[in-house]
Design a protein around this ligand. Structure first.
Ligand SMILES: Nc1ncnc2c1ncn2[C@@H]1O[C@H](COP(=O)(O)OP(=O)(O)OP(=O)(O)O)[C@@H](O)[C@H]1O
Length: 360
């Protein structure tokens, strides 16, 4: 069988009352989120990928075939690391020795991630001589992630790694996960049912429902679908990557540039010029005008093109996809407004953005 770059995962398996059937081609780098309601099969799919769950199918990672129709490599021969919701550190070993455990088990020639790097990425310097029993939940999880990546895996599987943490610990650990995403070249499959985590971390998304994939693709593009396979119509919105270009301290505003325009956002102390941020714009916060009105209170007025209109989402409601430069946005309007404005694909309009949130 020829296997190319990226991750190929095709599986079929059954439990009483549940069947998983997926056929996925995923990017060979970055974070792919497996997203969906409880019981939709996210953990089962992750276990199939790891070889922990028997399933018919194929699995390959950047050209390395782990399973096909005739053979399957056992889990301990797959170069992967798995981080669970509940950490399982060795309680009798210090943090340093827990980290070294993964590192030393990896043959020297295969070590691509060094101790110092992992310690720095995960901010573990001051914890090295501590015992796991005395760490907070967030600190323990950071050590567990460190131990996992120090095996230099070719695939990192993370199953709801923040689910057992309180809100404050989740906020604390997020920047470390972001730094891992940006520093590691290895693909990460990240199971979550938190839209906020997905918005912040993922590059690619797989949305599952009852053992099937209902939508899949790059995060930005997929969230901007007018058919809203996520069932999030009320909270539908796009995520965009932007860079802070200008600070207006007198007005407490910052100008964030995205591919195709800029948005004024409310400033905060932690923002600085040149910073890369992710923004969320909800469909219900976007309205459309045919002319550029300057006599109104909305700061963000952006020229855009109508790309697609879906009118049958719920009675009287339409979802309009707009494109500014290369960046898609969604606007949720009444069907009446769509008709009154005579909106059609390709029409040039002005997009009024009432509210923008920094994703964190
Ligand atoms: N070993 C098993 N035996 C029988 N049924 C199972 C087994 N493991 C999982 N299931 C069932 O398969 C379905 C999918 O479970 P899975 O844990 O993969 O979902 P999930 O999306 O990860 O859910 P959650 O977000 O709650 O962890 C559920 O209906 C579950 O009850």
């Amino acid at each position: 069988m020829t296997v190319g770059p990226g991750i190929k995962a095709r599986f079929q398996c059954r439990y009483p009352g549940f069947e998983l059937a997926v056929d996925l081609k995923l990017p060979g780098s970055g974070v792919t989120a497996l997203f969906g309601h409880s019981g939709c099969g996210k953990t089962t799919l992750l276990r199939c990928m790891a070889g922990l769950q028997r399933a018919a199918g194929t699995m390959s990672v950047n050209g390395d075939c782990w399973q096909n129709d005739t053979q399957t490599r056992p889990v301990h021969h797959r170069p992967l690391a798995y981080v669970f919701q509940e950490t399982s550190l060795f309680p009798h070993l210090t943090v340093r020795k827990n980290l070294l455990y993964g590192y030393r088990r990896t043959p020297k020639a295969n070590r691509r991630i060094q101790m110092d790097q992992a310690i720095q990425w995960l901010g573990l310097e001051h914890l090295l001589d501590r015992m796991p029993g005395g760490l907070s939940g967030g600190e323990r999880q950071r050590v567990a992630i460190g131990r996992a990546i120090l095996t230099s895996p070719n695939l990192l599987l993370m199953d709801e790694p923040l689910a057992a943490l309180d809100q404050a610990s989740k906020q604390e650990i997020m920047p470390y996960l972001e730094s891992l995403r940006d520093s590691l070249s290895l693909p990460i499959i990240y199971v979550s049912h938190s839209a906020a985590e997905v918005a912040r971390l993922a590059d690619h998304i797989v949305m599952m429902d009852r053992g099937r994939v209902v939508a899949e693709g790059p995060l930005q593009e997929t969230l901007a679908r007018t058919d809203q396979p996520f069932g999030l119509e009320e909270d539908a919105g796009v995520i965009l990557n932007a860079t802070v270009r200008e600070m207006e301290p007198n007005w407490h505003l910052a100008r964030a540039e995205f591919e195709g325009g800029h948005l004024w956002i409310r400033s905060r102390d932690s923002l600085h010029q040149g910073q890369r941020i992710r923004l969320q714009v909800l469909a219900r916060d976007v309205s459309i005008a045919l002319k550029e009105h300057s006599d109104q209170s909305i700061q963000n007025l952006i020229p855009a093109r109508v790309d697609e209109i879906a009118t049958d989402l719920s009675p009287g409601t339409a979802m309009v996809r707009l494109v500014a430069g290369n960046t898609p946005f969604l606007a949720r309007l009444t069907s009446r407004s769509v008709e009154c404005l005579d909106l059609q694909p390709e029409r040039r309009v002005w997009m009024q953005v009432k509210s923008v949130a920094i994703v964190d």
